[in-house]
Design a protein around this ligand. Sequence first.
Ligand code: DGY
Length: 322
Amino acid sequence: MTDTRPTLYLSRLLPDPIMAIVRERFRLVQEPLDALPTPSALRDGLCHADAAIVTLGDRIDAETIHAADRLKLLANYAVGYNNIDLAAARQRGLIVTNTPDVLTDATADLTWALILATARRIVEGDVLVRSGQWTGWSPTQLLGAEVSGKTLGIIGMGRIGQAVAQRAMGFRMAVRYHARHEMAASSLSSGWESRSLQDLLGEADIVTIHVPLTPSTRHLIGTRELAWMKPTAFLINTARGPIADEGALVEALRRGTIAGAGLDVYEQEPVVHPALSQLKQVVLLPHLGSATLHARVQMGLVCLKNIHAVLEGLPAPNRVQA
Ligand code: DGY
């Protein structure tokens, strides 16, 4: 009997509940691996599929988009889509979708884990205990910075920025934000105040980045902006690495321009600036923002919902526009 199921390219192995649905409903062009595909495997997969689920490590350029002329939809398994040449997709009529909402809580929670880990020196404490060198409680040991009651500066007040702000209320923090677009006051809690980037950086004790990576946000935080921050302040980035200039950040940390940084994302993932790993005032995570089983399953379901809609000739619920 002929297999009439649509053909799907999956660039990475997804969590089991999603793999089970995918294997039932689609013919897979290639068996996905738990690793990034090579550029040629990626292109080959996209060229032989009706629809594809790709991840943020897959660079999908104009040449690949034009070569994959059978493909109807690229479902990006992420909320960010800076890995895809959207202008080329639009030109070729290829639908691109993302996975908003379902990872907001996971990413906001992880941002808070980084804020607390960085300010309270959690990783250094863990290393000390494991080393067997801990000699007991001391009044001067691993003193960190207070978080409760301080000022949180949020760059980017979309879904994730707002979820981070809501959590700050439990810490009685003053929330200042810098948004690219004017925010409707009704969507924000009273007490959250808008600032210019310079004022926000000068006022905040903790600065956290929640804007998408676009040409206008690349290196939004560089030497000049870091110098605007307080020497006691911390920079947290769970958005995209290139939004902060990593070289400038290393220099600012070395010189004491700022007190520390918590990073989940890097300019050249998975390569990390070697100096960052040497700095104790930095906490480094391997891009874990959405890494809960719940969020990752929901992200898969959102991709599948978009694929089914498009293959049935309906509008994609999460289409992104160039
Ligand atoms: C996203 O969805 O953009 C995240 O970075 C993936 O974890």
